[in-house]
Design a protein around this ligand. Structure first.
Ligand code: SER
Length: 883
């Protein structure tokens, strides 16, 4: 058998199936388009809708090397030869096309003829009653019956999860030889040890399993096969575990080098190195696909992996950030197949180093806490770490619960998980209580009462701007009132309304509510409690009574502006996700008639180019004039469509899904334009950070964009007029002027200094005289230390026998000090170094130097006057001492 690299094996596989008519796809993202899964766990995941018959594939045969992450056994990584979090799955798929008859002989052909595995080392397993598979293996391929094993559901029935497509499978097993055996008398095909290695799983995907466990045949019979590339490589390269294949070895070697370990000498250290090598690879891929370390979902898994790496690094004795130093080898080992690692290199580096740094700060303290708590538990004869301690470790020191469990496990201690959950719940409760406190309103009761008493306010404003309605309630000063008269502020509840109450970031509508001879101007519309729309405003004419028949009409032009900004927000959300990565999720938004604000998670400032690209994508959608549609559907169905939903947002069972052609789908209760063309131009006017990992974009759309551009245009044209030339030369001219200004400023300062210097000789006078030596102490503002020396030289012209102490106060209040003495006076006992040291100490600063010249400084000029007042005395004492 030829020893082939991982890369060669990947190519061999994909080429082989291309020959069999499969279309080769690049690996799909690790983040699946599937709410039931956190990660892509197998090659079939991206094709699930085709298996289920929900979508029609563009081809019926496909092949991939798919990036996968499985996290059910993180603790086993490094301990066994085969566990990984990230791995590549070689797969070929048939969507109602070829089936068992073809795929079984092909798999055999590939392994024995292309890869060159020895047939006498291969075994096959099939599902208990799958006679068809037996027949093909035995009669068509020629495998002796005693090498075909029939196994049960656990081994030979494959499903991606409790529900979904599934089917019986057949596995190809490679016998690594008796030296790999566990030695038990029962060790044979199907044994969990390392001898009989499952290398390829052929799934005959023909059923769908529903929530009740019932199997129904799929519309077609499909094929899904999966073979771990790392595992195949270990067999072909004849190495005892996946980590020693060329896919991993360079990463392990680099990790060994960084932590100063020699692989193969100490199994414990080998294990730690394997953990680091596995997790760094997985983390790099996860970040490249837009996952960020958080406390939820996939982000939490990433956080665990990174933090586990950091901890194992510390255990190996490395006491500095090191993770990013592994990234170049990760890229070299696999980056030519997965360009995202190269394209996202800087994002990966940034995210990793931030997370590493964050955890490094608390790891040592947390470990100390854990040690002392474990000691307490042990002293009390216990075996379980209390849940509230695990919670403090989690909440304050950033220890994922699983890491605490693992670390305790190493010492034979378990963790009270229920106690941990209870502490977590208590904290959530506190958070809920405090948020309620801050949002509570004095008059809440009147609203709650009303909401209980009257039916939910119907909202007709998705389609109407005006309607007839009855006044259901008039509220004044937080209480129900019969009526409100001219000049009075009030709140109205209607039987029907086109007014949108502020919700989901979209501001409330304004407009008028009129009755016979009465006008109520609505200045805002809100939902003080769910389902109750309240119109706030003032009666400007007549009086409005409970029960009156009224016409409610919104300010339609303002609403149109709001709608433009709202639909623009959806476009921007999708555009940013396309430009910056799938991790982009809305963290907050504000939609007003004059601007929109969109907050989202992203780890770095958005560059000008990225902003421009997002604007371009949005504009492209505007120009397409795509229809904006809404559909109300059960939440589960909405999730299946992949519609974006807000984290942490509570949705009802029925949700409204807003679609903009096939560009964006999002759950949204807001009001929108009918076609994207109505939005007009969308211009981002600001991008800023508003907290860790959250960016904010402010933009304007539609009618607001024109005045903005006009203002820009006017400003630019005025500039052209001011500086001369034309638009093309404007930047150069302004640039030249700015440079010139800097030069002139410098020159001007120099002149000022010169002028000041000539003054100095006349103005400076000695403040004391000791043994015939003059003592001069002078302060100057905004003078740099080098200028202090020049000033000193000047003064010396006039006072050749003076000790000079000069201070320059900088623009930030700091002090530069210089002391100078001529040789003559040094002979008399003067010492600039000693003087400066003493004065600097008075100022809380530092300094020193030679007897003739010394320099120093202090952070603040607060004590400068005091120190200067004391200086003649200090000088005198030093002179006396020096003599
Ligand atoms: N989906 C099957 C597996 O993961 C075959 O690809 O084993």
């Amino acid at each position: 058998m030829e020893r082939r690299s991982g890369k060669e094996l990947r190519e061999l596989f994909l080429n082989f199936f291309e020959e069999k008519g499969c279309k080769r796809y690049h690996s799909f993202s690790l983040v699946p388009d599937d709410p039931t899964l956190l990660f892509t766990i197998a090659g079939m995941v991206p094709f699930k809708p085709y298996f289920l018959g929900l979508k029609t594939p563009e081809v019926t045969r496909a092949t991939t090397s798919q990036k996968c992450v499985r996290t059910n056994d993180i603790e086993n990584v490094g301990r066994t030869a085969r566990h990984h979090t990230f791995f590549e799955m070689l797969g070929n798929f048939s969507f109602g096309d070829y089936f068992k008859n073809e795929v079984i002989p092909w798999a055999w052909e590939f392994l024995t003829e292309r890869v060159g595995l020895e047939p006498e080392r291969l075994y096959v397993t099939i599902y208990l009653d799958d006679d068809e598979a037996f027949d093909i293996w035995h009669n068509k391929v020629g495998i002796p019956a005693d090498r075909i094993f029939r196994l049960g559901e656990d081994d030979n029935f494959w499903a991606a999860g409790p529900v979904g497509p599934c089917g019986p499978c057949s596995e190809i097993i490679y016998d690594q030889g008796p030296e790999f055996s566990c030695g038990k008398p029962t060790c044979t095909v199907g044994c969990d040890c390392d001898r009989y290695l499952e290398i390829w799983n052929l799934v005959f995907m023909q059923y769908n399993r529903d929530e009740n466990g019932n199997l129904t045949p799929l519309p077609h019979k499909n094929i899904d096969t999966g073979m771990g590339l790392e595992r195949l490589a270990s067999v072909v390269q004849r190495v005892p575990n996946d980590f020693e294949t060329d896919l991993f070895r360079p990463i392990m070697d680099k990790a060994c080098e960084l932590v100063g370990v020699k692989y193969g000498e100490d199994p414990k250290k080998d294990m730690a190195v394997k953990v680091i090598s596995d997790h760094i690879r997985a983390s790099a891929f996860m970040i490249a696909d837009g996952i960020l370390p958080t406390n939820e979902g996939g982000g939490y898994v990433l956080r665990r992996l990174i933090r586990r790496c950091v901890r194992y690094g510390r255990l190996l004795g490395i006491d500095r950030p090191f993770l990013t130093e592994l990234l170049p080898v990760v890229r070299e080992s696999i980056g030519d197949e997965y360009h995202e690692l190269v394209e996202q290199a800087s994002a990966i580096e940034q995210v990793l180093s931030t997370e590493e740094e964050r955890f490094s700060r608390t790891l040592a303290q947390g470990s100390d806490l854990m040690d002392s708590e474990i000691a307490k538990v042990e002293a009390a004869g216990g075996k379980e770490l209390p849940g509230d301690v695990a919670f403090v470790l989690y909440d304050t020191f950033g220890f994922p619960l699983e890491l605490t469990e693992e670390m305790c496990g190493e010492r034979g201690i378990t963790v009270d998980k229920d106690g941990f959950e209870a502490a977590m719940e208590e904290q959530r409760e506190r958070a809920r209580a405090s948020s309620k406190q801050t949002s509570s309103v004095i008059s809440k009761n009147v609203y709650t009462e009303l909401a209980d008493k009257i039916a939910p306010s119907p909202f007709c404003g998705y389609t109407e701007t005006k309607c007839e309605a009855d006044v259901k309630a008039v509220i004044m000063n937080g209480a129900l009132a019969e009526s409100a008269s001219e000049g009075e502020e009030a709140e109205l509840v209607l039987s029907n309304t086109p007014f949108y109450g502020e919700k989901g970031g979209q501001v409330g509508d304004t407009g008028t509510i009129t009755a016979d001879g009465a006008v109520f101007e609505v200045s805002d519309t809100v939902y003080p409690v769910a389902d109750l729309i309240v119109h706030k405003g003032k009666v400007v004419k007549g009086s409005i009574k409970t029960g009156a028949r009224v016409t409610a009409e919104i300010d339609a032009a303002r609403r149109a502006d709001i709608q433009r900004h709202h639909t623009a927000t959806h476009l921007l959300h999708e555009a940013l996700a396309r430009v910056l990565g799938k991790h982009v999720r809305q963290a907050g938004s504000l939609v007003t008639p004059t601007f929109l604000r969109f907050d989202f998670n992203h780890f770095a400032p958005v560059s000008l180019d990225e902003l421009r690209e997002a604007e371009r994508i949005v504009y492209e959608q505007v120009l397409k004039n795509s229809p904006v549609t809404t559909r109300v559907m059960p939440i589960e169905e909405a999730k299946k469509t992949g519609a974006r939903a807000l984290f942490d947002e509570k949705y009802g069972d029925e949700v409204r899904v807003l679609g903009i052609s096939d560009f964006s789908t999002e759950l949204c209760g807001g009001t929108h334009v009918k076609n994207t063309g109505e939005i007009g131009l969308v211009k981002i006017i600001r991008e800023e950070g508003i907290g860790s990992g959250i960016r904010r974009i402010t933009a304007v759309a539609g009618t607001q964009a024109l005045p903005l551009f006009q203002a820009y245009g006017t400003a630019v044209m005025s500039l052209v007029t001011m500086v001369g030339g034309d638009l093309d030369s404007l930047m150069d001219r302004v640039g030249a002027m700015v440079d010139e200004k800097k030069v002139l400023e410098r020159k001007n300062r120099e002149l000022q200094v010169k002028a000041a210097m000539s003054e100095i000789e006349n103005s400076v006078k000695p403040v004391a005289s000791v043994n015939g030596v003059d003592f001069i102490a002078e302060k100057f503002d905004n003078i740099t230390p080098d200028l202090l020396r020049q000033i000193g030289d000047r003064i010396r012209n006039k006072y050749p026998n003076a000790m000079m102490l000069l201070a320059g106060v900088g623009s930030e209040g700091n002090v530069a000090l210089t002391a100078m003495a001529s040789d003559n006076i040094v002979k008399l006992g003067a010492n600039a170094g000693a003087l400066l040291k003493a004065v600097a100490a008075e100022l809380g600063g530092k300094g020193g130097g030679r007897p003739t010249l010394a320099q120093g400084g202090a952070p603040s000029a607060d004590k400068l006057d005091k120190a200067f007042a004391a200086a003649p005395k200090i000088f005198e004492e030093l002179m006396t001492k020096g003599k």
